[in-house]
Design a protein around this ligand. Structure first.
Ligand code: KG4
Ligand code: ZN
Length: 353
């Protein structure tokens, strides 16, 4: 039977039990414009996602000369890219029940570009629209590439680490968690970007430092491991950047590869140390890693190894879903829909977890 009403009109109880739905998601919180089509099912207890399409248009080349993301330029590019990506997706005659858009956290002008586009698309296509939390997106990105056999067991500990955030969560279930701690100043990704910049490497710094570090000695320089020994789950990465700056000033002949490797190791020791402590304290059966910095191979390997030592299973999404993408926004929107939770349809630059 042809559906005559949008998704809301369907049997509500079937939604709560985990109805299957197709979601068109839009992400514009920072410097990637992304559109995705995801089929979601299973409900909040055992969510399952099938990514049918995930298109990402990166603005990195535009922001690179400025050494970081310029919000108004990001907005301009999103406004330019969104119709282009939609045109590309439309060719495949996508069918979906719901439109989802990131409402925060992120850069206000960039978020508004996505929200306005989503609003007009929802109106034009007469589809319901839902706002999603970008950080929940990173968290749920871990579910995007689970195989049919895999299941995330709880309790779980999660490290969500990106250019804007560094946080450790203890999860009781896919939708209930305690935010154990965040960074007091710079996020880990931001530290990678800033150190890369002072080393004369291009933006974004994470992948550049990772590449250079392969040729260096991680034990060459003993950079501080900020807050590692403190019995909390907070981070502070702004001091390490200053340490690198002074080290370069006082030792101008240092091999750049040694600098990169030693810095990367210091950051990873802190991230892994705190996450594993949380996993231990909460008796985690699973350890989850997500966010842009989770693309770092050494971080993945180290956290995976340490999780196994604890007897916990380690989960990280495929590389495609580490940095910003709209597929993860569809996942966050599905979980939100299942919880009947809604977010205001306006830019919320400081939205938390
Ligand atoms: O999640 P994301 O795409 O955007 C935010 O929500 O912030 O994360 C981008 C951050 C940047 O700081 C970038 O340098 C970092 O992730 N990043 C990496 C790597 N790839 C991206 N950091 C370390 N190693 C990497 N391989
Ligand atoms: Zn992100």
């Amino acid at each position: 039977m042809a559906r005559t009403r949008p998704f809301h009109g369907r049997n509500r109880s079937s939604i709560l039990l985990g109805a299957t739905m197709k979601i068109l998601a839009i992400e514009t919180s920072c410097d990637e414009t992304s559109l995705a089509l995801v089929e979601a099912s299973g409900g909040i207890k055992n969510p399952r996602f099938k990514v049918l399409k995930n298109i990402v248009s990166s603005q990195i080349d535009i922001h690179r000369p400025f050494g970081g993301v310029v919000p108004m330029l990001a907005k301009r590019e999103h406004l330019h890219n969104l119709p282009k990506l939609w045109k590309q997706l439309k060719k495949e005659k996508p069918k979906f029940d719901l439109i989802a858009v990131t409402v925060g956290p992120g850069l206000s002008p960039a978020l508004w570009a996505g929200i306005e586009f989503a609003k007009s698309l929802a109106k034009e296509l007469k589809k319901p629209l839902i706002g999603a939390n970008h950080m929940e997106g990173h968290l749920y990105s871990t579910w995007l590439t689970l195989s049919a056999k895999e299941k995330i067991q709880f309790p779980a500990a999660a490290l969500v680490v990106s250019g804007g955030h560094t946080m450790v969560l203890a999860l009781e279930s896919p939708t209930r968690w305690d935010n154990l701690g965040e960074t007091r100043d710079d996020a880990a990704g931001e530290a990678f970007d800033k150190v890369a910049r002072l080393m004369g490497l291009p933006y974004p710094g994470g992948p550049e430092i990772q590449k250079l570090a392969l040729k260096g000695d991680a034990k060459a320089i003993a950079f501080p491991r900020p807050m590692l020994r403190e019995k909390n789950y907070e981070f502070s990465f702004s001091g390490i950047k200053t340490s690198v700056l002074y080290y370069v000033r006082d030792n101008p002949k240092t091999k750049k590869a040694d600098l990169a490797a030693s810095f990367q190791q210091a950051i990873i020791d802190v991230l892994v140390g705190k996450t594993i402590r949380a996993a231990h304290e909460y008796g985690a059966k699973s350890v989850l890693l997500s966010g842009g910095v989770s693309a770092n191979k050494l971080l993945r390997e180290t956290l995976s190894g340490e999780s196994k030592k604890l007897g916990a299973k380690f989960f990280v999404p495929d590389f495609e879903f580490n940095t910003d993408n709209a597929a993860m926004i569809a996942a966050a929107a599905y979980m939100q829909k299942m919880r009947k939770k809604s977010l205001k349809m306006e830019a919320q630059p400081n939205l938390g977890l």
